[in-house]
Write a protein that binds this ligand. Structure first.
Ligand SMILES: [Fe+2]
Length: 445
């Protein structure tokens, strides 16, 4: 593990331990029967929520609802009780529920969540909130609770994004966007459930809280099934493209490589998670219009093409669109990117001669990736070209064939050098740093 990542994990752990010690010294927990019952209930809820974790973002991230009882614990038990619930349930799930082996990663997860809940609890108190096991004061608690929720997500996503940015040497905000993957809105929207937990507990007792979990379990399964279906869809598309390309040794693996590269470049130019997924799909399917064996013959042909053959080549993007538009779940952005992946920035491409930013971003990215892949793979008449040559070629055609902004990103970063390596994705970053339960954003549970 990178020494900087280790240092960050130790720092996070020390901060979490300091927070726990301070809280327990300054606000010792009440140990009467009523508090212990609430503590046990919240502990059970939190552990149950982790067992039902979701894994459904477009970037393959995970989220779980354990933050609901943990934030609920702030309303019922205050910061010290909430930190105790979080620490014990996260330690339990870190060591018994998740497959993650690294003790350091487990430590980081528990620490960052303890910090998040601790900060949220302190902010709740600071903004005038008071915990209670017997009365629920909706109006008095609402504003302090909202402050607590914001503090919780700021610390939670901030610490995870920081360690991802350290381990991948990427800007902090880029890492933050990746790990949250649009989920932060979902989680913030779910946080009033913590209010509901506190309300039900104070008004109706333990049983009511557990009954309220039933619809949540249903919600978790519907999301789970949806996610599995999306994954299956992607896997089937990849399998189909791989099978088609396997017939020709020179195209074999081309579309999968182009889609991997497109994903990295799209992320580097700031595409949103949704755009990213669509660009990846379009890149995978960009040459599906060449499924006809006639294209194989044309591509293998030595010597110049006839005008008819040239027309046929120029028709492959539209043929591709005709094929894939029958898939119901295909987004129009995917169709547009496939249709225009041979357009040039200067308008000299095909099939429609679009120019500049009128060409969809996905199509501009695929155009670059397609060319890079052609240069970096061996051909019958030459070996694969080195990255330095590829970089020069991209620069040469910057602003004519290629979008200058994309070329600039490729020239300034090390993406070209890493294209043949598996991506350090949210998934692997999750596996790299944590076991992980950052509430949102990481695979590695
Ligand atoms: Fe093509």
């Amino acid at each position: 593990m990178d020494p900087r990542v280790k240092r960050t994990i130790y720092a996070t752990t020390v901060a979490a331990v300091a927070l726990v010690v301070t809280l327990f010294v300054r606000h010792p927990p009440t140990l009467d029967a009523q508090s212990l019952l609430a503590f046990g209930t919240l502990l059970a809820l939190s552990t149950l929520a982790m067992m039902l974790y979701l894994r459904f973002t477009e970037a393959g991230s995970t989220t779980s609802m354990d933050f609901v009882p943990e934030l609920g614990a702030i309303l019922l038990l205050g910061p010290t009780g909430a930190v105790a619930v979080t620490m014990i349930s996260e330690l339990f799930s870190g060591f018994f529920l998740y497959r993650e082996k690294s003790v350091l990663k487990k430590l980081f997860n528990v620490s960052q969540l303890v910090l998040a809940v601790g900060a949220a609890g302190l902010m709740f108190r600071w903004s005038g909130g008071t915990e209670s096991l017997t009365t629920f004061r909706f109006q008095d608690s609402l504003a302090p609770f909202l402050v607590a929720v914001l503090a919780y997500f700021a610390v939670n996503t901030g610490t995870v994004a920081f360690i991802v940015s350290v381990s991948e040497r990427r800007p902090f905000f880029e890492a933050w966007r990746r790990i949250t993957g649009g989920l932060i809105i979902f989680d913030i929207a779910m946080s009033p459930l913590a209010f509901l937990v506190a309300f039900l507990y104070t008004q109706y007792g333990v049983l009511a809280v557990f009954l309220a979990m039933i619809p949540l379990i249903g919600l978790r399964y519907s999301y789970g099934i949806n996610f599995e279906l999306q994954q299956l869809n992607t896997d089937l598309l990849r399998l189909m493209v791989k099978t088609i390309e396997a017939q020709d040794p020179y195209t074999s693996g081309h579309s999968i490589r182009v889609s991997e590269a497109a994903k990295k470049i799209a992320r580097a130019v700031g595409a949103s998670p949704k755009q990213l997924k669509r660009i990846e799909t379009a890149a995978l399917l960009h040459d599906i219009g060449k499924i006809d064996s006639i294209y194989g013959e044309i591509l293998r042909q030595k010597g110049p093409l006839t005008p008819e053959q040239r027309e046929l080549i120029r028709a492959h993007p539209d043929r591709g669109v005709d094929i894939i538009k029958s898939i119901r779940s295909i987004h129009p952005d995917v169709l547009a990117a496939v249709r225009h992946h041979h357009e040039r920035w200067d308008g000299d491409g095909y099939p429609t001669g679009l120019a500049g930013e009128n060409i969809p971003l996905g199509a501009r990215i695929i155009m670059v990736c397609d060319t890079i892949d052609a240069m970096t793979t061996a051909r019958p008449y030459r070996d694969a070209l080195p990255v330095s040559v590829v970089r020069e070629e991209l620069k040469k055609h910057r602003g004519t064939q290629f979008d200058s902004a994309i070329v600039d990103v490729l020239v300034k970063t090390d993406i070209l050098e890493t294209l043949d390596r598996p991506e350090v994705s949210t998934t692997t970053a999750g596996a790299l740093i944590a076991g992980v339960n950052p509430t949102l954003g990481m695979e590695a549970k």
